[in-house]
Write a protein that binds this ligand. Structure first.
Ligand code: FAD
Length: 458
């Protein structure tokens, strides 16, 4: 959030990629749980609608509102460490980078992260944000307890043992259950990782896929469209001291992956037929990089070049077949796209609305440079995932409606039931969530889950 103070005048708000805009009537930044709980009770009594935002890095209109927008920017930092249990209680607005730095002061770390670190911890867990590593779950799997402020202002503690239904729904909740005020995370001793990145032929990557997945703690690759090349990234634990590797590593991230990439992307936007050439030039620019640092600093990469994104979760076993279909459609349709296709792997979990629910998962993400048309590309790729039971990343673009999502998530109706119980008047619903969750349809087993209304977000 750019706004640092509570504001009672309409304020313009937009998300990171500018795919979502809103003009909240009021922006509220509480300084603690008591203040937040009182405000929620008041908003409910006044019949206001409330959305809560983290850092606005979701591409979908989850945080969009023209009424009250709550930001926990003033509620950041580690509250307490329980060394015996290996947990850290943190304020829900804490940005991941700050969290990593504060945990490191205690010799601790989160076991895995995604590829940026600017999100709030509550925002990251609420959409099922994940990194890569087949032995690691999404960030929400690190959560062992939550403090939630419900629409009524009631402060609810939940965990695997305390109100477990609310907990299973709140671990990935799209901000639809209430405001998460505090998060208790399972943490581990701080570790250093060696990061290696290099160019490889994508067919070689696919031939070595199982080995790469299982022999490395964290493995991902980016296929450069219309080229035989991929950038492969590996992260593995090391006892080596932190070193920035070669200067070229840092230079690569700042200059090549951001500065030069922006110039190439602008060229693609202005001269669209050049996109395939630009993809080939980008592939040639993939440097061999090796560096060592504390884990939270190496998971994240600066992302200055803006884009729109669609990412789907599919069963890991189906990944080679699905990627082959994606490549075939791209070859046939010749979309003007130079942004790479990102492939990651995540352990299965038991969180109701987690895309990795009860399946070892692969994620495939497609991107389009901001300002270039993305709809035709995203709409052509999205159907490929459907026969494989694809589940969209909650923070990224998709067109699935509640009826389809209900078939993908065994606990869909359980989630809806918890939501309806915690927020019967729909204080936390915006138009997008109302459609997505079919929130106007009563939740009763005999009625099923859906009205079949569509919720396009492309
Ligand atoms: C450049 C870029 C890189 C990304 N990289 C990755 C990646 O590597 N892996 C991945 O999985 N995703 C990735 N994402 C997606 C991103 O992690 C998610 O969209 C994440 O939810 C954004 O966090 P945020 O703090 O910005 O939350 P927002 O986008 O502001 O909000 C997300 C959701 O969380 C809810 N929320 C926020 N705070 C609270 C709270 N206190 N209580 C209750 N609900 C709350 C909001 O209401 C909303 O529903 C990326 C996005 C971008 C733009």
């Amino acid at each position: 959030m750019a706004t640092q103070k509570s504001a009672s005048k309409p304020t313009r708000w937009r998300n990171w990629s500018d795919s979502v805009r809103g003009t909240p009537r009021a922006v509220y930044l509480p300084r603690g749980i008591d203040e937040l709980a009182q405000a929620m009770g008041r908003y409910s009594r006044e019949g206001r609608h409330v959305r809560v935002v983290g850092d606005g890095h979701s591409f979908t209109p989850l945080a969009q509102t023209d009424d009250v927008l709550i930001s926990l920017d003033n509620m950041q930092g580690v509250i307490a460490i329980d060394a015996e249990r290996g947990t850290a209680r943190v304020q829900a607005g804490t940005r991941l980078r700050l969290l990593g730095d504060q945990l490191l002061k205690h010799g601790l770390a989160q076991e895995n992260l995604g590829d940026i670190d600017v999100q709030s911890i509550a925002g990251a867990i609420s959409t099922g944000t994940h990194g890569t590593g087949i032995r690691f779950g999404s960030i929400a799997t690190q959560v062992v307890g939550l403090t939630l402020v419900a629409a009524s202002g009631e402060v609810i503690q939940c965990s695997e043992t305390e109100r477990p239904d609310i907990f299973k729904a709140a671990q990935v909740s799209l901000g639809a259950l209430g405001v998460i005020a505090e998060v208790t995370l399972r943490v581990m001793p701080a570790k250093r990782l060696r990061f290696v990145s290099r160019r490889e032929r994508v067919d070689d990557v696919l031939a070595n896929l199982e080995r790469y997945k299982w022999e490395n703690s964290h493995f991902e690759f980016f296929w450069m469209p219309y080229t035989p090349w991929a950038q492969v990234k590996f992260l593995n634990e090391t006892d080596d001291p932190p070193s920035k590797g070669n200067v070229f590593g840092t230079l690569n991230k700042i200059v090549l992956e951001n500065g030069l990439y922006w110039v190439l992307s602008e060229t693609a936007r202005i001269a669209r037929p050049a996109t395939r050439t630009i993809s080939r030039v980008s592939a040639m620019g993939i440097a061999t990089v090796s560096e060592t640092d504390y884990s939270h600093r190496l998971f994240a990469t600066p992302r200055a070049v803006k884009f729109q994104e669609m990412e789907y979760n599919i069963p890991a076993a189906d990944f080679p077949a699905v990627l082959a279909e994606v490549r075939a459609v791209m070859k046939r349709e010749k979309f003007n796209v130079h942004f790479p296709i990102e492939c990651r792997f995540v352990q299965s979990d038991d969180i109701w609305l987690s895309p990795a629910y009860q399946r070892e998962s692969a994620y495939i993400a497609i991107h389009m440079y901001k300002g270039m048309p993305y709809e035709r590309y995203f709409r052509a790729i999205e159907p490929i995932y459907q026969p494989y039971g694809g589940r969209p990343h909650w923070g990224k673009m998709h067109t699935l409606d509640g009826a389809t999502l209900a078939t993908r998530y065994p606990h869909w109706d359980d989630f809806r039931r918890v939501r309806a119980a915690l927020d019967p008047n729909g204080v936390f619903l915006n138009d997008y969530l109302r459609r997505l969750l079919d929130a106007d349809t009563p939740v009763a087993p005999a009625l099923g889950a859906s009205t079949g209304e569509s919720s396009p977000t492309l």
